[in-house]
Design a protein around this ligand. Structure first.
Ligand SMILES: [Mn+2]
Length: 325
C-alpha cells in the first residue's frame, strides 16, 4: 500500500521528534498489530468558532516532544522505581505511535469519525490504546469504538468536573458532555467519577442525572479523606475498564497546564496508586489523557507528570501480563 493510502486516517506529527519515546510510527490500520498503540486526537467539538483550534489541540505533539527531550535511553533502559524494573521489563512488547487523527475544514465530523474508525481497528486487534488529547470531547468517539469489543465496560473518570451537560450552544459532543454521552452507550455498565470539586459546567440537574443513572461519584475531598485504596476497593475486580483522565482532575500544583485550574485535585501518589491498582483489577483496554493546555504550563511540571503517568500506565500493563503470548 502506498504512503498516500497509508495516511488516510492519521497523519505524521509535524514536529520532530515525531513519536512518543521515539516508538515506531504506524499509520496503516489494515491488519493492525501492536501491543500498545498511542494515538493523538487533537480536536474536540468547539462551543464557539474561536475554540475550533484550541491550545489543547497542540498537546499530543507537545507531549511527544517532551518525551524525547528527557533522557530517552534512560527512560527505556534504566530501572524505574515506579515500576520495579525497566519500562517494558525486558520483554518483547510492541509499542507503536499512530500519529494524529486527521481533520477536515470542509467536514467537521470527519475528525471524530476517523478517530472512531482508527480506535475500532486498534481495539479489534486487542491492542491497548493510549489517547493523547485534545480536549475532553475527544474520548466520545473513542468510547463508541469500545463497542467492537462486545464486552461490558467499566468507565473510570478522573476530573474536577462532572461533564454531564446534554449540550452547550447546541453542540452535544463537546468537552462538557463526555460522560453523559458515555452513559448512553449500552455497553458502558458502570461509571466511577473521581476528583470532582469546585465549579464546572454542571448545574444541580446534571448532578442529579448522574446519580440517577447510577454513577459512583467520589469528590476530591472524599478521596483525600478515605484514600485511593478505598476508592479502588469500591470498583469491582475482574472487569474490562476504560480510563479517561481530564488533566484538571489532577492537582494544579503538579498539572498547571489546564484551563480550569482548581485547587484540591489528585496528587501524584494517588495517581500512581490508581493506575497500578486499576491495571491489576482486570484489563484496562484503553486510556486517554486530555485537556492538557501547553501554554499554561509552568516550568514543564505538567509535562513531567504527563510523561510519568503514561510510562506508569505502560509499565503497569506490561507487569500485569497483558501481552503474554
Ligand atoms: Mn472533563
Amino acid at each position: 500500500m502506498g504512503d498516500d493510502m497509508a495516511e488516510e486516517l492519521t497523519e505524521t506529527p509535524l514536529k520532530t521528534p515525531r513519536t512518543f519515546l521515539n516508538f515506531p510510527l504506524i499509520n496503516d490500520f489494515d491488519d493492525f498489530c501492536a501491543d500498545i498503540a498511542i494515538l493523538g486526537v487533537p480536536f474536540g467539538r468547539a462551543y464557539s468558532v474561536d475554540g475550533m483550534a484550541n491550545d489543547q489541540s497542540l498537546a499530543p505533539d507537545h507531549i511527544r516532544s517532551w518525551s524525547t527531550l528527557t533522557e530517552i535511553e534512560m527512560t527505556l533502559n534504566n530501572y524505574d522505581f515506579d515500576l520495579g524494573g525497566t519500562l517494558l521489563d525486558g520483554k518483547d512488547i510492541n509499542v507503536v505511535d499512530c500519529g494524529n487523527v486527521k481533520s477536515s475544514l470542509v467536514n467537521p465530523n470527519e475528525h471524530y469519525d476517523s478517530a472512531e474508525q482508527v480506535a475500532r481497528k486498534i481495539f479489534a486487534a486487542n491492542s491497548v490504546l493510549i489517547i493523547l488529547g485534545g480536549d475532553h470531547g475527544v474520548p466520545i468517539p473513542i468510547m463508541k469504538a469500545l463497542g467492537v469489543l462486545d464486552k461490558e465496560i467499566t468507565l473510570i473518570h478522573i476530573d474536577a468536573h462532572l461533564d454531564w451537560r446534554d449540550e452547550i450552544n447546541g453542540e452535544k459532543n463537546g468537552y462538557s458532555s463526555v460522560i453523559r454521552r458515555a452513559s448512553e452507550l449500552s455497553f458502558i455498565k458502570n461509571i466511577h467519577q473521581i476528583g470532582m470539586r469546585g465549579i464546572g459546567s454542571a448545574k444541580t440537574k446534571e448532578v442529579n442525572d448522574a446519580i440517577a443513572h447510577g454513577c459512583t461519584i467520589t469528590t476530591a475531598y472524599q478521596l483525600h479523606d478515605i484514600g485511593m485504596d478505598e476508592v479502588l476497593n469500591s470498583i469491582p475486580d475482574g472487569g474490562t475498564y476504560y480510563l479517561t483522565i481530564d488533566a484538571d482532575g489532577i492537582d494544579p500544583t503538579i498539572m498547571p497546564a489546564v484551563l480550569a485550574q482548581t485547587p484540591g485535585g489528585l496528587n501524584w501518589v494517588q495517581l500512581h496508586k490508581l493506575i497500578h491498582g486499576l491495571v491489576n483489577k482486570g484489563r484496562v483496554v484503553g486510556m486517554d489523557l486530555v485537556e492538557i493546555t501547553p501554554s499554561c504550563d509552568v516550568g514543564n511540571i505538567s509535562m513531567i507528570h504527563a510523561e510519568r503517568l503514561l510510562c506508569n500506565f505502560i509499565g503497569a500493563t506490561v507487569r500485569a501480563g497483558y501481552y503474554n503470548k
